[in-house]
Every structure is written in C-alpha cells, then in structure tokens.
Design a protein around this ligand. Structure first.
Ligand code: TYD
Ligand code: MG
Length: 455
C-alpha cells in the first residue's frame, strides 16, 4: 500500500518547519533558505506493532562478528591511499569538486581496473551513453565487465541495482538524480538528500560500494553535497586550479581510514596520471638567483612534501598597502608581517606584500610559517637566498621559531631531493643526532638567525 505523504518546508539553516513557503525564514530571518521536504508517515505494516521491544538487541564488541573488511583496489595508488587502502564493500563515497575538475574522468579511469573482475555499473545523469563511450575511447578504457546506464530516476536505478546486484556502482552526479515523489527540481536540497538516502539503503542492503559525484557550486558551498556529508561514509574533495594541470585529492571524512592523506594527479590529454613524486613536481622550474623564494616542507598525512613559497614586496603606490595570498592563509600572512616588524625589525608598513605557493598547493600547516617569512624578507631586501637550502618551523608571536613534528622525515625528504642545507627550529635540532643525516642542519631560534643561515 502506498504510504501517505505530506510536504513541509524546512529552513536549511535553522530547521524551522512550516506548511507554507517563506522567502525569509521566520525562525532565523535568513533569505531563501526554505526548502521543500517530502515526509512519509509510517506505513501500516510497520505501525501494526510488528516491531516489539524484544526485536532489538545490543551486543558487546566481542559478540559482533569481525569479518575482515574487504577492499577493492582502484588501480590508482594515489586514490587507494586517500581511501585508506581501497574501496570498502558496502560503503557510500562522495566525490566532490568544482565542475570540470576531473571527477568523471577519474571514475571512468578506475573502471578500467575494477571492471576486470567486478560487475561495475556507471550511471550517468549528465552524459549520454554515447558521450561516455567517446570519452572511454580517449582514455583507453575498455574493460569487459563495465556497464553504462544513462538514467536520472533514482528509484528506477535502485530497483535495477536490487535485481542485478552489481559489485560496484558509480552515480554521476547526485545533482542530476531525481526522486519523483519530491516535487522540487533536481539538484535541490530535498532531492539530493532523498536520492542519497535511497542509494544509501541500496549500498547497505546489498553490501555494494557506491561512489556518488557531487558538484561544488560557485560560492564554494556544495549545492547539496554539504548536506550529505553526515550520511556518507567517506567524502573526497578534488582540488586544483582549473588552468593548472595538477589536481589534489583529499579526504575530509573517512570512516575507514585517515583523513590527512592526499593524492596528487596531473591532467593530461589521456586523462589523469598519478604523480608519484609530488615534491619534485612542485619545486621543479624554480628561478635561480632570484629574491623572494624559499622552499617549505609540509606533512600531508604520512608524506612530507616540498613546495616553493614565493614572496613579492613592492612599495605601495597609493593608499593602504595591499596584501594578497594564494595557497596560504591570508590572516596568517598579516600575522607574520606583524611579527617580522615588531620582533625582527623588517618594516613592511608602506609595502605591498604578495605570497604565492607554486603549483596550486595549499599550505595549512604552521610549519610553513618560516618559509613564508623568509620569502617576504628575501624580497624586501632583494637578496636571493641559497637555492639548495630549505626551512621549516612555526613562528610564534614572540618572534620565536617553535618546534614542529616529523622533523626527521622532513629532513630525509630534503636530502632525497638534493638539498644541502636545512634550517630547522632550534629545539628540534637539539633532539637530533646530526651525524645520522647527509645534509647540513642548522637550528635557528629567531627569524634573524634563520635569514643569516639562508645566505
Ligand atoms: P570531467 O571529468 O568531465 O570533470 P567533472 O566530471 O569533474 O565535471 O573533466 C573535464 C575536464 O578535463 C575537461 O575540461 C577536459 C579535461 N580533460 C583532459 O584534459 N584530458 C582528458 O583526457 C579528459 C577526459 C578530460
Ligand atoms: Mg562530470
């Protein structure tokens, strides 16, 4: 018997509910936040009292069967690493990123290896089967067990999956999926949420992994997927500048692994290629004997990565000095400039300052503070630093260079890439046995001494 349904309008900000739509939510006064939601009253069979208290139970951990989680390798090591070792059976994975970043491309590429032994279904609501075929041809993807479906009705898709029981499903994209019982248009919060719930049930019932693509809209908030983050098991973000060929894949949530691993890819004319040595890629092509450049070493998960930080300091033409930062937190640049003025005596008051991290990488670890400060000082003084030296350390408000974690791994990465000198926080230096390393290590307490060590 079909369930009785009623529609309500719910504010996506504060959860205010109403039978009527409002332009401005009476609960929180936000505009355009009321979205239509579809509610189903419990069906007869369930409310008949079939579920008794005796029907549920709680188990101790010992009594829960611990079948080892089964993972499918995607054939791309960088992606497997981000997922924590492969795709877990029965998991729901959200892959999001800006339109055109390469989500469909990477998913089609992993089909090449996955669909050798597994039944994979690629459901596309964006492209026709013919378009996908053309793309697969270009990417050299032609596995025997891949099936393509062009469909947007999520209930029909769920039915098909329940009958055909595939091993892996890809849904491209969740914004095009349509749940007919919800009247709002595809891509709306209610549609996206209901469609995901349907897919979630299929994934858990059949124990098949489902990968969902979600586009990020213009304001940086995902149109829909943000609401899904709590439903799905893993959320992967594809980042990168569209005009740069490098793409970084990051896990922001993972119920089956760590969230700080990243995967680095390069977009080529034959699809995405893994970058096995990201440090080499990020520091290649550095200008020689030019001021305003310093190499940083940050930890991305368990991997140390080197990146070039560039600073440019020029006299302000008029008005307030301009400060800009790409790949590094803007407010932290302001703080570093203040520390450099007050504690180290470098004056930027009438200077514009620009910071750029080469290659589209975002440095969010405080260990990159020292490199940013050094790049600014080098440009201010117009003195080029040694190009075979790098520096890392956190800068405190007192102008002190503070300890960082994973010091040895960072130094090893610097050695591996042919650097000859490493400037590190003094307290890290004290704990190291410098004879273990094949590189000159200098411990610095202050920014001034770090600047001298870079010359
Ligand atoms: P796509 O995977 O369609 O993006 P998304 O699904 O995230 O919206 O990627 C599209 C872009 O990738 C497109 O602008 C062209 C580029 N591209 C290549 O450079 N090489 C290729 O082999 C492919 C397939 C795409
Ligand atoms: Mg796409």
């Amino acid at each position: 018997m079909p369930a009785k349904s009623k529609n309500v309008f719910v504010c996506s900000e504060c959860g205010y509910e109403s039978a009527k739509w409002f332009g401005c939510c009476p609960g929180c006064n936000e505009w355009n936040t009321m979205v239509e939601e579809y509610r189903t009253s419990p069906s007869k069979e369930k409310s008949n009292g079939a579920v008794s208290i005796g029907g549920i139970e709680a188990l101790t951990l010992e009594n829960i069967a611990d079948d080892t989680e089964q993972r499918y390798s995607t054939g791309l090591n960088e992606l497997d690493r981000v997922l924590g070792g492969g795709i877990v059976k029965g998991s729901l994975i959200l892959l999001s990123g800006d339109p055109g970043i390469g989500k469909s491309t990477i998913l089609l590429q992993i089909c090449q290896s996955l669909a050798q032994g597994l039944n994979v279904i690629y459901v596309s609501g964006e492209e026709s089967s013919h378009q996908i075929k053309l793309r697969a041809k270009r990417l050299n993807v032609n596995p025997p067990m891949l099936k393509i479906m062009s469909e947007t009705d999520v209930q029909k898709i769920a039915e098909y999956l329940r009958v055909n029981k595939p091993d892996l499903v890809i849904i491209d994209s969740i914004q095009t999926m349509n749940f007919t019982e919800v009247s709002s248009s595809a891509g709306s919060v209610a549609q996206v949420r209901e469609s995901t719930n349907v897919l979630m049930r299929v994934a858990k019932d059949l124990d098949v992994p489902i990968i969902i693509v979600g586009h990020v809209n213009k304001d940086g908030n995902i149109a829909g997927p943000k609401v899904l983050e709590h439903i799905v098991d893993a959320v992967l973000y594809f980042e990168g500048e569209r005009h740069l060929s490098y793409r970084i894949l990051r896990a922001v949530k993972n119920r089956y692994g760590s969230t700080n691993e990243i995967g680095v890819f390069e977009m080529t004319d034959k699809g995405l290629k893994e970058v096995e040595n990201p440090s080499l890629m990020l520091i290649s092509g550095r200008p020689k004997n030019t001021s305003g450049s310093c190499v940083a070493c940050v930890m991305e998960g368990s991997r140390p990565i080197l990146a070039e930080v560039q600073g440019l300091v020029t006299p302000t033409a008029f008005g307030n000095p301009r400060r800009m930062s790409t790949g590094f937190d803007y407010n932290r640049v302001s703080m570093l400039l203040a520390v450099l003025e007050k504690r180290a005596g470098y004056f930027f008051g009438n200077m514009d300052a620009y910071i750029n991290v080469v290659g589209g990488l975002k440095l969010d670890e405080p260990a990159s503070d020292l490199s940013v400060a050094l790049a600014l000082v080098s440009s201010l003084k117009d003195v080029p630093f040694r190009d075979d030296a790098l520096a890392f350390g956190e800068i405190g408000l007192g102008g002190e260079i503070r300890t960082v974690g994973n010091c040895e791994q960072r130094i090893k990465e610097a050695t591996r890439l042919g650097f000859n000198r490493c400037i590190i926080p003094y307290h890290n230096y004290k704990l190291l046995n410098t004879a273990d390393f094949d590189i000159e290590i200098i411990g610095s307490r202050t920014i001034r001494s770090a600047v001298e060590a870079m010359l």
